[in-house]
Design a protein around this ligand. Sequence first.
Ligand code: GAL
Length: 380
Amino acid sequence: MKSIKFAVVAGALALGLAACSGGGAGSSSGSGDESADPSDQTIGVAMPTETSERWIADGNAVKSQLEDAGYTVDLQYAADDIPTQSQQIDQMITKGVDLLIVASIDGTALANQLQAAADAGIPVIAYDRLINGTENVDFYVTFDNYNVGVQQATSLLVGLGLMNADGSEGTATGPFNVELFAGSLDDNNAHFFFQGAMDTLQPFIDDGTIVVKSGQTDIEQVATLRWLQETAQKRMEDLLTSSYSDGSKVDGVLSPYDGISRGIITALQNAGYGDSIEAGLPIVTGQDAEIASVKLINDGVQFSTIFKDTRKLAEQAVTSAESFLQGDEPEANDTETYDNGVKVVPSYLLESDIVYQDNIQSLLIDSGYWTEDQVASGQA
Ligand code: GAL
């Protein structure tokens, strides 16, 4: 089974490459040279939104690394608007970019654009978010998204005292009231994060150590369209009214992304849970190590986040892009996990880390991701 899957992937990749070397050359200033000079080549980079600082960091990192390698870069943000992103990609194709790097808004909405890209021989790399329902996505660079979910749930268990940071059993016994949040259903990652988290939490829910008082445990019930902070804040407010007006308290909240975490924390603070974990706030998890949330973790307000080094992701995207443009195959380290409904997309997965208050220094400051001043101010 494994080898059949691998053969299919290798075949798809070979097709993509054949298409790429033909059209890529034709579209690069008419040089006609397959491994054209980077200075003759333009790469279109489509990012979802500038409202989340995570994507700004990604866009900057991809652009600067590509420019350092000599390429011209057309970087566009789409304000989380699906038609805008489709148009931006259409325009990049019309202008004759040599390769596309796409972090989609709705992973199912780009099939037409990617067909046009394939017709023009433009290779497509899905950036962090898989593009579904099309054979015309050639490669995927991302993190181990299932494991991100496992890490989110693990940090929740650590915060509640049910587990120690080294994975051993904690001393707390519960029961604890926990509410669950997931990301945007049209983002493939949201499903991986939630699955990884639920597989980790389920045994604790089954034996009654963790109680989801609202009863909302299906991803459809707990999802947050477009990952919006305000939407999460509103849902948390509603949960407090519907399930906690009997005097019971929320002890923990599984949050899949820092923006969502900040919405949840605001709702809890407004409802009188206090300004910090010490003063009564529940354990709230997160993702992306956004600077506003790193400050909250440093200040004892948010409990944890997941650090995904966007510099490394950008580096991987650039390495993969260079492989395609030189007529090679990018190196995949996963050829089984990411089935987009039409094919298994060869992927390169990076690892992530759990950030707690006591490792902000070693993970984020010592690595140069954020400075001490940024952590103190909460501003990038
Ligand atoms: C996901 C991404 C997360 C987070 C979220 C909201 O696709 O993997 O890291 O950024 O989008 O932007």
